[in-house]
Design a binder for this molecule. Structure first.
Ligand SMILES: Nc1nc2c(ncn2[C@@H]2O[C@H](COP(=O)(O)OP(=O)(O)OP(=O)(O)O)[C@@H](O)[C@H]2O)c(=O)[nH]1
Ligand SMILES: [Mg+2]
Length: 422
């Protein structure tokens, strides 16, 4: 019911913010909301905002504004009003009643886009879970809708008992989906454990920053790229080659956005597990975007919410081909001296990026536990050659050793010690 139709719906974007807030930022948020709504299939006819001292608990915007929007909307033949605010179930219900038009909020639109993009079982389950959690407190409103739609005698809407029953059904479904997701993430974890011990680089960043474009360029794999928000939902991991010839893994992940619904973040946690387990994260930023600094902050906040460390990330500023102002560009370079500036589309500075990855690769190392039987003592020499011994414990079976192997030596290390790992 919160899905948009296939045909383009004519929509207004409405935003309500406190007097004294920075208007340019609020307008940018509205632009982003419009881009989201367009991605979901709407045609944006106008953007309307109201600055208030205090947002109304029951209707968000004032009564007069509701009346004004209602009149404009009837002239413009508007099908849908999208609020760039998080609406409470009560506000949504009252706004729909007052405006007499369907109302969606930011979360509703994002969920809708995710629902239409989800392809794998994991993504579909994650989206359904987030949708149901969003729907649960709004159930009464949905029922009011239905009874209106099929209006007439005997369809005055279900009584409280019916709604309670439906709530219970929804809760059951939610519990079931959680179990399914836990199973999938366990399977994935198993799969990753069995995967190669190659070092893994993860791409994270704001939606539309160019993560998948970079992924495609480095791995030569065909990945989905689009100038729309949330082109990528599932994490994909592919091999790529470093300048000195070693192989490493690169993971492309779902992009982030401001005010991402909490349920969605929570349910995508397992998709992002791969990013979490990366040895090194590249934070891709669209530097040609006027508000890229806000994007960086949002991505870092989201990573924190997901308990993913970001202090050591390298920022990769992408789309330098699209920067028009050279002075501005010089300033940004000074502001972020440890970053790298590339264009994934025009293939500028890609070697520089690869060299950086090579250096990181050389720095990276992994810990292993190994048991060398006393009959194979001669292996100790190679072990010391290839790794750093962190702990050694001699017991009945042999030498139990914890070692740190630099990734550059993992290949050789594995070829000798693979069968002795514990
Ligand atoms: N001008 C320019 N455009 C780029 C560059 N890299 C990517 N783009 C464009 O930016 C848009 C988004 O690219 P994607 O690679 O899909 O971005 P993403 O970060 O994977 O986006 P999501 O999957 O939605 O999070 C596409 O239209 C790309 O062609 C670049 O270096 N320069
Ligand atoms: Mg992508």
């Amino acid at each position: 019911m919160i899905e948009l139709e296939k045909k383009k719906e004519r929509a207004y974007i409405v935003s309500c913010f406190k007097k004294g807030n920075r208007r340019d930022i609020e307008f940018e948020n509205m632009n982003e909301m419009a881009f989201l709504a367009e991605t979901a299939g709407a045609e944006i006819i106008d953007k309307i905002y109201q600055e208030v001292e205090k947002k109304s608990i029951s209707t968000l915007i004032g009564k007069g504004k509701i009346e004004e929007i209602k009149q404009l909307a009837s002239i413009d033949k508007i099908d849908l009003i999208v609020f760039d605010n998080e609406l409470t179930p009560v506000q949504m219900k009252n706004l729909e009643k007052g405006l007499d038009i369907r109302v969606l909020d930011r979360s509703g639109v994002i969920l809708d886009i995710f629902a239409s993009r989800a392809k794998t079982k994991q993504a579909k389950t994650q989206v359904e879970l987030a949708q149901l959690q969003y729907l649960l407190p709004r159930l009464t409103r949905m029922w009011t809708h239905l009874s209106k739609q099929f209006g007439g005698i005997g369809t005055k809407g279900p009584g409280e008992t019916q709604i309670e029953t439906d709530r219970r059904l929804l809760r059951n479904r939610i519990d079931h989906l959680k179990v399914v997701l836990a199973q999938i993430s366990k399977q994935n974890e198993q799969k990753r454990k069995g995967q190669s011990k190659l070092p893994r680089f993860g791409l994270v960043g704001y939606t539309n920053a160019g993560k998948s474009t970079l992924m495609k360029l480095l791995t030569k794999e065909n990945v989905y790229i689009e100038n729309k928000l949330f082109a990528t939902l599932d994490t994909t991991t592919r091999k790529f080659e470093l300048p000195l010839g070693q192989e490493a893994l690169l993971s492309d992940t779902v992009g982030f956005i401001k005010k991402l619904p909490a349920h969605l973040v929570a349910s995508f946690e397992s998709t992002l597990a791969e990013a979490k387990e990366s040895d090194f994260l590249l934070h891709v930023v669209d530097v040609s975007h006027q508000y890229f600094r806000d994007h960086i902050a949002t991505v870092n906040e989201t990573l924190e919410r997901l308990d993913i460390k970001h202090e050591n990330n390298i920022i990769v500023f992408n789309k330098i081909d699209a920067i028009e102002d050279n002075d501005e560009f010089s300033m940004i370079k000074e502001e972020y001296p440890n970053s790298i500036f590339i264009s994934a589309v025009k293939e500028i500075n890609i070697n520089q990026l690869l060299n950086l990855l090579q250096n990181k690769y050389n720095e990276l190392s992994k810990d292993y536990d190994i048991l060398i039987p006393y009959t194979s003592t001669k292996l100790l020499n190679s072990l010391y050659e290839l790794s750093e011994v962190i702990m050694r414990n001699d017991n009945d079976e042999g030498y139990r050793i914890k070692v740190r192997v630099p990734n550059a030596k993992i290949g050789k290390f594995n070829s000798i010690f693979k069968d002795l790992l514990i």
